[in-house]
Design a protein around this ligand. Structure first.
Ligand code: ZN
Length: 181
């Protein structure tokens, strides 16, 4: 899922990294522009965990962890990205544009995978001796193997799709054993 860019910009602007990290780590201003504290991600006695307020990122010189405010919440709260975003939105009193969250995305991607697997299977059948009638038919209709390999939706102009050609006027009919799935 993707959140709108403008929303993420406002989210990070309203969750200053020094404030956010500061609620987990005791930070002290030590050198230059950076704040330092004991790293929450590894055991240490002298602070090597730094927070840069002007660039809004954290970095640990001890364990090498670093990133922006969303990344920090993902790490410290052990949350996936969308939940870290929601966590920070709640902290800043912001409404999450959940419209952009598509609950069917997972199902759709599974269907697409199944579709691709099926397409692969059919394509492989063309290479077998039993697929010869189909390849002959394709050659007759000038359908190249490259076109046959494309996703079904892009394979043919809509008006040429077999199932949309009225039977009476169909100039060609797929021979038995060479029907579209
Ligand atoms: Zn560390």
């Amino acid at each position: 899922m993707a959140f709108p860019e403008a929303f993420l910009e406002e989210l990070t602007a309203r969750n200053d990294i020094v404030d956010v990290v500061g609620s987990y780590v005791r930070l002290s201003k030590k050198s230059g522009a950076n704040y330092f504290g004991l790293c929450p991600f590894h055991n240490e006695r002298t602070p090597s965990f730094s927070v840069n307020p002007s660039e809004q990122f954290y970095y640990c010189f001890g364990c090498g962890k670093g990133g922006g405010v969303i990344n920090f919440i993902m790490e410290i709260e052990n949350l996936p990205y969308p939940d870290a975003v929601r966590h920070l939105a709640q902290r800043a009193g912001m409404q999450v544009p959940e419209d952009s969250y598509d609950p069917n995305a997972k199902q759709r991607s599974r269907l697409l995978e199944a579709n691709k697997a099926a397409a692969r299977w059919f394509y492989e059948q063309l290479a077998l001796p039993s697929g010869k009638r189909c390849t002959d038919y394709m050659r007759e209709r000038a359908i190249s193997p490259q076109i046959a390999r494309r996703p079904v939706s892009r394979r043919f102009p809509r008006h040429l799709m077999f199932h949309q050609v009225p039977r009476r006027t169909a100039p060609h009919r797929a021979p038995p054993g060479c029907r579209r799935p």
